[in-house]
Design a protein. Structure first.
Length: 131
């Protein structure tokens, strides 16, 4: 699959954000759409008609050449059904909300909340003369 993003010298990529795939076969297209299905951000799909659809890919039905997927288009409250065979490229254009230090930030936040709660309970216990 042709990936058009320039990669750093490190070679390790933690997110698909910013990458664009121009599949050369149906198998590569299916792989790109599978990646888009797991991506937690918007994708931009270029169609054979020249039209682009940007939105959140949330569903797919794989039936060989009759495969389809659904997108919540950006700025639209409806759902759009797109046939795999109509797709020229898939770009991971939106922010990947699952990328980065999300887990570490969550753990730090929870630890801070637990410490604040423990401090509050200890302060209440002291005020009542229990500590």
């Amino acid at each position: 699959m042709t990936d058009t993003k320039n990669h750093s010298a490190q070679g390790a990529i933690s997110s698909l954000q910013g990458r664009q795939f121009a599949p050369r076969s149906f198998a590569e297209l299916a792989e790109a759409i599978e990646l888009a299905f797991d991506y937690r951000g918007d994708v931009t799909v270029m169609l054979r008609s020249g039209r682009q659809v940007t939105g959140y890919l949330f569903n797919r039905t794989v039936r060989g050449q009759d495969s389809t997927f659904e997108v919540f288009p950006e700025g639209d409250s409806g759902v759009q059904l797109i046939r795999y065979t109509d797709v020229v490229s898939v770009a991971f254009s939106g922010e990947d909300t699952a990328s980065g230090n999300s887990w570490e930030n969550w753990v730090a936040k929870k630890e801070s909340e637990r410490k604040a709660e423990a401090d509050r309970i200890a302060q209440d216990a002291r005020a009542r003369g229990h500590l």
